[in-house]
Design a protein around this ligand. Structure first.
Ligand SMILES: Nc1ncnc2c1ncn2[C@@H]1O[C@H](COP(=O)(O)OP(=O)(O)O)[C@@H](O)[C@H]1O
Ligand SMILES: [Mg+2]
Length: 268
């Protein structure tokens, strides 16, 4: 059994923690599990029957232990596709996740640390185009998404399905968004991940191009946001910025940016 504790928002915490449609809504993981919404979904399902216990300071979730199944990226990509059209109804699903994340980044001044690196020009052009690209995502078919499909959260396996944990960002978003987010930490390249995703996605949900667009825009903006965040933290210490590129807390994020260059070119 795993015990997970969610702390209730306190005065001074970001307002998005108390917005029921924000990806950051603090209690969604508990509410979704208590409602048993994910007990029999296809593609992804939850860890199983969970109990939640609420007190004045927060919520404690008691959930079954999920064994690490070492799922490969293609299985996860297919399962994210199958999950996309599952009929999950819940009052407080997250929406506009990428737009809200970009708004938070804009509030913090954009990508100022990347502006001091060799990707400065590319970062600047992408930043200018963010409004258009986010609008483009809104025109894609909107589907169900996990919202935080990192390999660590796509943990277990049950038959053909992935048993996923960490459901705090469950919501809707453009087709391909979960896939693009996942691709950043996958070993596989984007093209085979898209193939696998299309195998899982219900027929008629979206075209390959729509999936590619959703995945590409999500992956690129997420990778820039993460690289900025990691580099800004490292930059706070002493020494030249360029010397920080190989720091173990920074290098993986820069590598994931580099891998994305072909996709970034398509956006520019
Ligand atoms: N049901 C579970 N079974 C096994 N491991 C779990 C389970 N829930 C959480 N964990 C472990 O704890 C880590 C953090 O839990 P998670 O729910 O993903 O919270 P966070 O929001 O901090 O990522 C996971 O990456 C995983 O290693
Ligand atoms: Mg997690």
């Amino acid at each position: 059994m795993v015990v997970k504790r969610l702390a209730a928002p306190a005065p001074g915490d970001p307002a998005e923690l108390t917005d029921p449609h924000s990806f950051a809504w603090w209690r969604r993981d508990a509410d979704v599990q208590a409602a048993g919404l994910l007990d029999s979904t296809r593609g992804l399902r939850g860890p199983g029957p969970s109990a939640v216990d609420e007190d004045a300071d927060g919520i404690t979730i008691f959930q079954p232990w999920v064994e690490d199944a070492a799922n490969n990226g293609l299985v996860i990509a297919r399962c994210l596709g199958t999950f996309a059209t599952e009929p999950v109804e819940h009052l407080h699903l997250a929406r506009n996740q990428l737009r809200d994340r970009m708004r938070r980044v804009a509030h913090n001044g954009g990508w100022p640390t990347l502006a001091r690196t060799t990707v400065a020009d590319v970062a600047d052009r992408l930043w200018q185009r963010r409004g258009d690209l986010l609008d483009q995502l809104d025109t894609l078919p909107q589907v169900l998404q996990h919202g935080d499909p990192t390999p660590a959260n796509m943990l277990g396996r049950s038959g053909d399905d992935v048993v996923a944990i960490d459901w705090g960002t469950l919501g809707t978003g453009p087709v391909g968004a979960d896939l693009g987010y996942f691709s950043l930490s996958a070993r596989e390249a984007l093209a085979p991940l898209v193939d696998a995703h299309l195998l899982g996605l219900a027929r008629g949900t979206a075209t390959r191009e729509q999936v590619e667009t959703g995945a590409r825009v999500t992956a690129v903006f997420t990778a820039f946001n993460c690289a900025e965040w990691a580099l800004a933290r490292a930059a706070a210490g002493e020494g030249a910025l360029a010397a920080k590129f190989r720091h173990p807390a920074v290098a993986p994020y820069l590598r994931s940016l580099q891998r994305l260059f072909p996709e970034i070119e398509k956006l520019l």
